[in-house]
Design a protein around this ligand. Structure first.
Ligand code: ATP
Length: 355
């Protein structure tokens, strides 16, 4: 594997504010990496630092093996794609596509041919003579992609490119962007606050919080093995339930203190008396009859989308997702079961995963 983008000990300060803290990250050539995290965690700052739109305070940034500290954006050979498209309203699609080539001095005819090629790749062939105002949101997004592609950059940098689109178009554009990435053999870095987008599009997901990388890995590894409580709660919808618990005196049971203190078998041995937080994914909890129940809760309001039902305990500490329509309602007391292998355990004070 060849690294295409490398960040070593990168810090970014905005005045007194420390926005990126000692970031180490290698993005392999040809990979699609998503940066996710709550608002203000620094994902846009990280992307803009790669683009050269922000200067890093310290550390080293390399693109294709070359150190880029202090190199202006236009000399970095990367292409940004924004949600606002940034198309020129007075230019046709063809001119929008070929503009950057013309700026570099590419002859008119050659730039036009290249615009046609890119239009074919992005499904814009029949729209070359239209103006941006005559295009739909999805078509504008494709022009924005085309403008990035035409420069044959070393990396594509996406800053929430789909957030202006409605839900069904977003799903379609996710697939289009990912398939373009694959066909071009591109390297892509994609900022999104939408973890579903990150999970479905990316080869690797980087989860950030407060200017640090909390975890970096394949989407399903983050889901199956979150490194800490924060990642457990961030990846997965609806969010993981966190229940304050204690390891029983035998070391092999879990007392669910936060849910009334019932005890369930753990299927492994841990230090007796240890204070932990149990992470129970809503989709792995099952409503069951009395005998096989791991624990019991009283239900609050039941919400249904048609395809799934969201049950929550009356104290709101537990959410359960189930697809069967059982006619359960608020006030019912139900038994709940979970496969012990699917229980995540985090240390109560450090919040790190216990393996
Ligand atoms: P969002 O999802 O809301 O876009 P983000 O994770 O992309 O958030 P950034 O835009 O990278 O977050 O901002 C990270 C932090 O740096 C935020 O707390 C923000 O207020 C701060 N910040 C960003 N730009 C500046 C600036 N020019 N001056 C001072 N602080 C800034």
């Amino acid at each position: 594997m060849t690294p295409q983008i490398e960040l070593q000990n990168v810090d970014k300060h905005y005045g007194a504010f420390h926005a990126l803290k000692d970031i180490d990250l290698v993005i392999e050539k040809g990979s699609f990496v998503a940066l996710v995290g709550p608002s203000g965690c620094g994902k846009s700052t990280l992307l803009r630092s790669i683009a050269g739109l922000e200067s890093i305070t310290s550390g080293t940034l390399k693109i294709a093996g070359n150190t880029m500290n202090g190199v202006p954006p236009r000399k970095r050979d990367v292409a940004m794609v924004f949600q606002s498209y940034a198309l020129y309203p007075h230019m046709t699609v063809e001119k929008n596509l070929s503009y950057s080539l013309r700026l570099k001095g590419t002859p008119r005819e050659q730039a036009r041919k290249r615009a046609e090629e890119v239009a074919a790749t992005t499904g814009l062939t029949n729209l070359l003579s239209r103006y941006p105002r005559q295009l739909s949101g999805g078509q504008r997004q494709r022009v924005a992609m085309g403008r990035a592609i035409i420069r044959d950059p070393k990396a594509f940098l996406f800053d929430e490119p789909l957030s202006n689109l409605d839900a069904s178009l977003r799903v379609q554009m996710r697939k289009e962007i990912r398939s373009l990435h694959d066909r071009l053999g591109a390297t892509s870095v994609y900022v999104t606050h939408d973890q579903i987008e990150a999970m479905t599009m990316a080869d690797h997901v980087v989860v950030m919080r407060d200017g640090i990388i909390e975890q970096h890995g394949k989407p399903l590894d983050l889901y199956d093995f979150p490194a800490n409580r924060f990642v457990g709660g961030f990846i997965g919808t609806p969010a993981m339930n966190f229940i304050e618990s204690t390891i029983g005196a035998d070391g092999a049971t879990l007392m669910l203190d936060g849910l009334g203190g019932e005890t369930i078998a753990l299927g492994r041995k841990l230090e007796p008396g240890r204070a932990v937080v149990a992470g129970l994914r809503p989709e792995f909890l099952r409503v069951t009859d009395e005998e096989s129940a791991s624990f019991h809760v009283e239900l609050g309001p039941v919400e249904s989308t048609g395809s799934v039902n969201y049950l929550s305990s009356i104290d709101q500490k537990l959410t359960i997702v189930q697809s069967e329509r059982t006619g359960l309602k608020a006030g019912d007391r139900v038994g709940v079961t979970i496969d012990p292998k699917l229980i995540h355990l985090f240390d109560a004070s450090t919040e790190q995963r216990i393996v």
